[in-house]
Structures are given as C-alpha cells and as structure tokens.
Design a protein around this ligand. Structure first.
Ligand code: EPU
Length: 292
C-alpha cells in the first residue's frame, strides 16, 4: 500500500497553519500537502482514502478559524499555478479553484464582462467562494456558474453542470471533496462602467467593514430577513474583546485579531455573541466561517 511518505516532495509535516489564514491564528497541520497537478492531487486523495486519513482543503484561509491544537490528517492546498489559471472565451470565463476571487474579478472586468464585479472586496479563493456561494446584497457567485470540475473522496474527477447544482444563501450543493475549476457566463458591458460601479461598492464596503484588519470576514450568516451584525451591535457587543481578539467596532459581525490572539479567544467571542443574541432576541446565530 502507498504511504504519505511517497509524497514527501510536496508534503510538510506539522506545518503551522496560522500564516495561511486571514486571522493569523491556529496550530499546525499534521501533513500539509501542495500537489502540482490534478493527477498528483487525485493520487494523494486516493492514498488518503486507502489509509483512512482525514483530508481538508484550505483555500485562501479567509473564512476559517483553525483551533490552537491544529488538525490531524492532511491539509491540501492548491497553491500551484496550475490550479490558478483564468481564461476568457467570449462571454465565458474559466478559473481554477486556487485563483483568488479578486484575480478572477479583475480579469473579467478587463475583458468587459460584468457580474462578478458585485463581489469586489470579498476575500477568498475561487474554490472557497463557490463552496460557500460568496456574495452580498448585489449578487453571489453561484448565479454565474455554468459548470464546475470536482474531485471526489475516491479521487475521481468529473464535471457538474449548472442544472445539477444549486446555490443558496452562503451555501452550495458542491459537496465533493475538492473543487478544481469552474466556468462562468457573464454579461458584456463597458469596462469603464463596470469599474465605476465597482469603485462605489468598494468605497461602501471599506466604510462599513474593517477591511484593513485581520479578520475572517463575517463570522455568522445573516438569519432570514435580519442582519447578524445589527443583532450583535444591538446586544451591545461592539468593541468587546477577549485576549487579543475583538468584536469589530466598525461591523459587529467581524471579529478582528491582533498578534498573540488565539483560536480560543475568538471562540469565546463567538459563544458570547451567540448567547447574548439568543437571550435578547431569541435568534440562534449560525456560523458562516468554518472551524477546524
Ligand atoms: N449593522 C449595524 N451594526 C453593525 C453592522 C451592521 O447596525 O455592526 C446594520 C447596517 O447598518 C445595515 C445592516 O445591519 O443596516 C446590514 O449591514 P451590512 O449592509 O453591513 O450588510 P451585512 O448583512 O452585515 C452582508 C454580507 C457581507 C457583505 C455585505 C455587503 C453576510 C453574513 N454578510 O453583510 O459579507 O460584504 O452584506 O454586501 O451575508 C461575508 O460574508 O464575509 C461578508 C462580509
């Protein structure tokens, strides 16, 4: 049987995950694997399945809280160029899951393709954005998807077409292990016009969100018809800190971290927000970020 030692050239042992996350928090991954091709990726996945080793996929680390103890098993990262290609073909644009969302947006705008510009300022990789159907009031990524290439836990690669996919508020039906690549169909528009609209959105986002601080974006999903930020704000928690983590005083659905912050600090703030909002409004907040 194969072993993870067969992948020693692309594997780091006990690699600290904090530098790969936006919160800059979290312990090490037992195995941190960065495959160089889709074939190598499938090989690693098959090996993990045979060995019954848990596999997690790390995108750009912008929507995740890694526990201080770290994680056992394999953390995969699609950091190689091969997973980050972006190519335009008429009104269609294809992007690798490892590409950053901002890279995809700037490519589409340059090509005079509108739609994804509504996501300006949202951090993340294309894979992560698809998985959680990233978006805001002006639209989400799922509405532009035509097909997605995925890899299953068995290491099989296949394409899921638009009609077999559903995207809802901050969720998608993409439940295979890995998202490899996606094709989007966008609308033609003058690049200057798209840029103007994007600039306005960006200014608004910068004014209301702590974008220059270390954070994981919004911590909770918005409960139906309500804003988690408003609820936490009304519960009087803006500016509340535990250790070196703080509920942002700019937007209460963001937790910002400063050097020395631990996952435990963030987790305690999460619990506090949940319990206060539940006690005051009878609303249970659901996490948007993933906790590893
Ligand atoms: N509000 C407060 N206090 C706060 C924060 C918000 O009173 O501390 C109020 C605002 O004044 C506004 C309402 O709550 O009346 C909604 O706030 P906002 O416009 O900031 O939007 P949001 O619902 O909090 C959502 C997404 C953001 C996205 C923005 C802009 C979620 C959980 N959040 O925020 O996405 O950037 O819309 O489109 O869906 C993310 O998902 O990580 C994220 C940041």
């Amino acid at each position: 049987m194969r072993s993870l030692d067969d992948f020693s050239g692309i594997t780091l042992r006990d690699e600290p995950l904090a530098p790969y996350t936006w919160l800059k928090i979290g312990g090490p991954a037992q195995y941190f694997v960065t495959p160089r091709s889709a074939a190598e990726l499938a090989d690693v996945i098959r090996c993990c399945r045979d060995l019954q080793v848990a596999v997690r996929v790390l995108g750009s680390g912008s929507n995740i809280l890694v526990r201080d103890a770290g994680v056992s098993g394999v953390v995969l990262r699609l950091a190689d160029e091969t997973f980050a290609r972006v190519a335009v073909d008429g009104q269609r644009i294809t992007a690798g899951a490892g590409a950053s969302l901002s890279h995809l947006i700037s490519h589409s705008v340059k090509a005079g393709l509108a739609g994804l510009d509504a996501l300006v300022g949202i951090p993340g990789s294309v894979g992560g954005a698809l998985h959680g159907n990233a978006g805001g009031k002006n639209g989400d990524i799922g509405q532009f998807v035509r097909s997605v290439q995925v890899v299953t836990v068995a290491g099989d690669l296949f394409v899921r077409r638009e009609d077999e996919l559903t995207f809802a508020y901050r969720s998608s039906s993409l439940n295979e292990l890995i998202i490899l690549e996606a094709e989007f169909e966008l609308n033609r528009e003058d690049p200057d016009e798209i840029t103007r609209r994007m600039r306005t959105l960006w200014i608004m986002r910068k004014a209301t969100q702590p974008l220059s601080f270390q954070s994981a974006g919004c911590i909770f999903k918005n409960p139906r018809g309500m804003s988690a930020g408003w609820l936490i704000d009304q519960a009087g928690l803006k500016g509340t800190s535990v250790g070196n983590a703080e509920i942002s005083d700019r937007h209460a659905n963001f937790i910002v971290s400063t050097p020395g912050a631990t996952a435990e600090d963030v987790r305690r703030l999460i619990d506090l927000a949940r319990s206060r909002v539940s006690a005051q409004f009878g609303v249970d907040l659901e996490l948007e970020i993933q906790i590893w």
